[in-house]
Design a protein around this ligand. Structure first.
Ligand SMILES: [Zn+2]
Length: 169
């Protein structure tokens, strides 16, 4: 069998020494994702800054090298992005990993190191491993309603005394 080019030093470093794998203090939201086909599971957390951008991203969990490295690369990419930008990057990553988007130059510009995972498109059994972190982040942002509107988080943090109900739609 040929040596898989995916397993280069950069990839191995993300898998074995992830910078973003830790329990975050006081996250704005957390979400658990599992990939039963491989046994990967991770809980992804983000903290949003006052301007709504992702201030901090981190994950905990266990799984194969691809799921771990992918989560670490994604965390690095998401810092300072808005939730809407984050969702668009998740969509792009999923198109790449399914082999639907193959413009390498654009992928490297948009996804940075995570673009190296594009070869997984040729390894169908591992697609769900690579997608797990991205799917989990996207679900979390969509379920919490923070993309497109900041109403949910603004209200959650609101401690002044105006009425939140009774506003005409
Ligand atoms: Zn896996």
């Amino acid at each position: 069998m040929a040596v898989n080019p995916l397993y280069n030093a950069q990839f191995i470093d993300h898998a074995q020494h992830p910078d973003y794998k830790y329990q975050m203090d006081d996250p704005t939201m957390s979400h658990e994702g599992i990939n039963p086909s491989c046994g990967d599971e991770l809980t992804f957390s983000v903290r949003l800054a006052d301007d709504g951008t992702i201030e901090e991203a981190a994950f905990v969990g266990s799984g194969c090298a691809i799921s771990q490295a992918s989560a670490d690369m994604m965390s690095d990419l998401m810092v300072d992005k808005t939730p809407q930008e984050a969702i668009e990057l998740c969509e792009l990553f999923k198109r790449m990993i399914r082999g639907e988007e193959t413009d390498v130059e654009m992928l490297e510009e948009q996804l940075d190191e995570a673009a190296m995972l594009r070869d997984i498109a040729h390894m169908p059994a591992r697609v769900k491993c690579a997608e797990l972190a991205w799917r989990t982040l996207q679900e979390m942002l969509e379920e919490n309603g923070v993309a497109g509107t900041m109403t949910a988080t603004v209200n959650a943090a609101c401690d002044h005394d105006h009425a939140h109900d009774g506003e005409d739609a």
